[in-house]
Every structure is written in C-alpha cells, then in structure tokens.
Design a protein around this ligand. Sequence first.
Ligand code: SF4
Ligand code: SF4
Length: 153
Amino acid sequence: MPTFVYMASCDGCGHCVDICPSDIMHIDTTYRRAVNIEPNMCWECYSCVKACPQNAIDVRGYADFAPLGHSVRVLREEAKGTISWRLKFRDGREKNFVSPIRTTPWGSIKSASDYDVPSRDALMSQELAHEPLALNIERLPALKRSQLVQGIL
Ligand code: SF4
Ligand code: SF4
C-alpha cells in the first residue's frame, strides 16, 4: 500500500524526500509541502513514515484490493522510539502493532563520509561497501570449489 501526505500536518522539512529510495517524495513547489508524486512506484518500505517528525504520512491501499471502509493509520513516537500501526477492517475488526523505529541507538549509525576512503582493490571486489565488517563477521560465507557441481544430478 503506497503512502500519501496530509499536507495540513506537513511542515516541508524534507526528511521523507531525503530518505525515499524511489525518489517519489517531492516538495510541492507551490504549497511547500511533501507529496508522493508516483504512488504506483512506491516500494512500500515506509521509511518516509518512520522518518516524518510530524506524523504527516499515512498509508492507503489501492482501490482494487483494499475495499472502501478500511483504514491504516500510523503513529510515530520518537520519545518512545516506536512506530504504531492501527489497521481497521471493513467488518470493524481492528489490529494494532507496535515496532521499534530502529534497533540501534539514535545517532549511532555512521554516515558514508565517516568511513575510510575505499582502496582501488575494493572496486574489483564483489563485497558491498564495508562488508564484512558491517556484518560483524570475519569474511563472507562462500562455497568451496569442491562444493560446486556441474550439470544436473
Ligand atoms: Fe518512498 Fe518508501 Fe515512502 Fe514509498 S514508502 S514513498 S518508497 S520512502
Ligand atoms: Fe512533510 Fe513529514 Fe515529509 Fe517532513 S517528513 S516534508 S513533515 S511529510
């Protein structure tokens, strides 16, 4: 289910714009408020929901599979470090979920510029940046040559 913005709650801070991996959260140039410009390209990752300090972003289903009468409401509570989801079904049933916004302390994630500049060898490696260090392992698991079998058994 893609997201949408309550323009009356949004203050145009742009956090959702910065975090959206699909680059579909934009600031409307007239109203200076965020808007999801392409809901059908939404990854439904809800990073924007978790990032919005104003609780201005909500979620709605496509009309073809989410019938009228249902609702999904999201509440971000930074002081508690939680994000709560309230799902209401058309028949009146309600489900509530509470999850941590993140599992590590605020401010503890290093930005890319805090890491050393990668060596030229790193460009030839199949490892992603800062692997395997960032995964807290010594090396990435790999199959030995003897474990590779050619053809169909
Ligand atoms: Fe972008 Fe994810 Fe928010 Fe969709 S849910 S608008 S992809 S940040
Ligand atoms: Fe508006 Fe929230 Fe996006 Fe900030 S993060 S621009 S308040 S919708």
